[in-house]
Design a protein around this ligand. Structure first.
Ligand code: AQP
Length: 331
């Protein structure tokens, strides 16, 4: 690979049916990088097992996540689309980087704190070292740019700290990655508790709009979304529910907050919620129809995975041979 060429890496966990948060904060933006960038997009199944998964569901969602990548505009001929567990170098580098990551650093990660609270009966070591695996994912490909939602910013900063630490001991080994956080759709919030992030593993079905929800489900969830006791569609403090719906509407329509406020002046929340639901339904329609076609052809998806894994493994090997040599491993 020509090092003048910028490298992009990102991933999504197949840990639940994907939400419009995953779509607006991450996947939709993956397709915006120009063709002269080397682009790796991974289904990060190793990350998903940090919380208990039902194996058959994990397998199904792995296919689905890959199909959604393609349905959202990622052409497998132009992007390296692959499944993390099919490239063992991710786990190998993660182990090595664990030895260059401090306990105190991992203890400060807010995702670890949040997920430990949610899964108090299963606070496993993988949940704790999740960010080191994420660092391995990114550093393995000498990544320059990582498109993620703002919730992942802290992990990105840790990745940079780990890379800098390793480079300072062993000389220039890893490229220093930069997060790419989109201005719109930075953080989509739960429809039931708009101060919390919308998460695909949220057990409350009304909190989350999934990319594959039917139009009826989307309309129903929008209508039930928690708002406030006012009636004015206005972006402002204390209006978390409305702010979130306005952000979603903005992402799907391209309108500014001022335009949205003008559009719904004097019309109340009912009309606004209907419009938000319709914008989501329309925005997702082409993705859903492409997804259905792709899921009907498993053999094609397997071919994409295989080709993607081979391509990713080629680049991963180059970094691994450098890392192994620097650490003093033989061969
Ligand atoms: N609510 C969100 N708003 C904007 N971006 C979001 N992302 C996730 N939720 C939102 C972005 O989606 C990408 C993939 O996320 P992930 O699957 O790696 O894990 P996550 O951030 O932990 O996502 P979830 O939906 O909350 O999954 P679970 O419930 O399994 O933990 C990331 O780029 C993330 O920023």
């Amino acid at each position: 690979m020509n090092r003048d060429m910028k490298t992009v890496f990102s991933g999504v966990q197949p840990s639940g049916n994907l939400t419009i948060g995953n779509y607006l904060g991450a996947i939709r933006n993956f397709a915006t990088f120009p063709e002269d960038y080397k682009r790796f997009y991974c289904v990060v199944d190793l990350h998903a097992i940090t919380v208990r998964q039902v194996p058959a569901e994990l397998r199904r969602r792995t296919y689905e996540t890959l199909a959604l990548y393609i349905a959202c505009g990622l052409d497998p001929e132009k992007n390296t689309l692959f499944v993390q567990s099919q490239v063992p170098a991710h786990a190998e580098l993660a182990w090595m980087l664990n030895c260059y990551t401090m306990f105190g650093e991992l203890s400060r990660m807010t995702q670890f704190k949040d997920k430990s609270a949610k899964h108090a009966d299963n606070i496993n070591a993988g949940l704790f070292t999740y960010p080191t695996l994420m660092a391995a994912d990114i550093l393995l490909y000498q990544t320059d740019i990582v498109p993620v939602g703002i919730d992942q910013k802290q992990h990105l900063e840790l990745t940079r700290d780990i890379a800098a630490r390793f480079n300072s001991v062993y000389g220039d080994t890893f490229t220093m990655p930069e997060p790419y956080i989109p201005e719109t759709g930075m953080k989509i919030m739960s429809l039931a508790e708009p101060t919390q992030k919308m998460s695909k593993s949220d057990p409350n079905p009304n909190a989350v709009i999934r990319i594959l929800d039917t139009p009826e489900e989307i309309m129903k969830k929008c209508k039930r979304a928690v708002t406030d006791s006012e009636t004015e569609v206005r972006y402002g403090e204390g209006k978390d529910g409305i702010n979130n719906l306005m952000s979603i509407y903005r992402c799907f329509t391209g309108k500014t907050f001022e335009e949205i406020e003008r559009e719904f002046a004097g019309r109340g929340y009912g009309d606004f919620k209907t419009a938000v639901g319709e914008a989501i339904v329309e925005g997702l329609r082409p993705v859903q129809s492409e997804f259905a076609k792709l899921m009907a052809d498993k053999a094609y998806l397997e071919e994409v995975m295989k080709k993607g894994a081979a391509d990713a493994a080629y680049f991963a090997r180059r970094t691994m041979s450098k890392v192994r040599r620097k650490l003093g491993f033989i061969g």
